[in-house]
Ligand binder design. Structure first.
Ligand SMILES: [Zn+2]
Length: 78
């Protein structure tokens, strides 16, 4: 295990974390990188939003309602 992740590795781990439990040896360097790296913080935040939308969709809710964080009114369906 390398002590420092680069951004490619960090974003890959964040994606993988959605599908599997990361090992401690992955989580800690990832956390450290995200702490230091504004770009990856943004990526993580956006990924969190996507995940909320995907979950709402999977549960049969209106994904636009889940995506709406205020401001934009969802247009009529179809
Ligand atoms: Zn980064």
């Amino acid at each position: 295990m390398k002590p420092m992740l680069n951004c490619v590795e960090a974003t890959r781990l964040m994606s993988e974390a959605l599908e599997r439990e990361l090992a401690l040896g992955e989580t800690l360097p990832l956390r450290f990188h995200v702490m230091m790296c504004a770009g990856c913080r943004n990526f993580r935040d956006q990924m969190g939003a996507l995940r909320r939308i995907a979950r709402a969709y999977a549960q049969g809710q209106d994904e636009r309602a889940a995506a709406a964080t205020g401001g934009e009114t969802p247009s009529a369906p179809r």
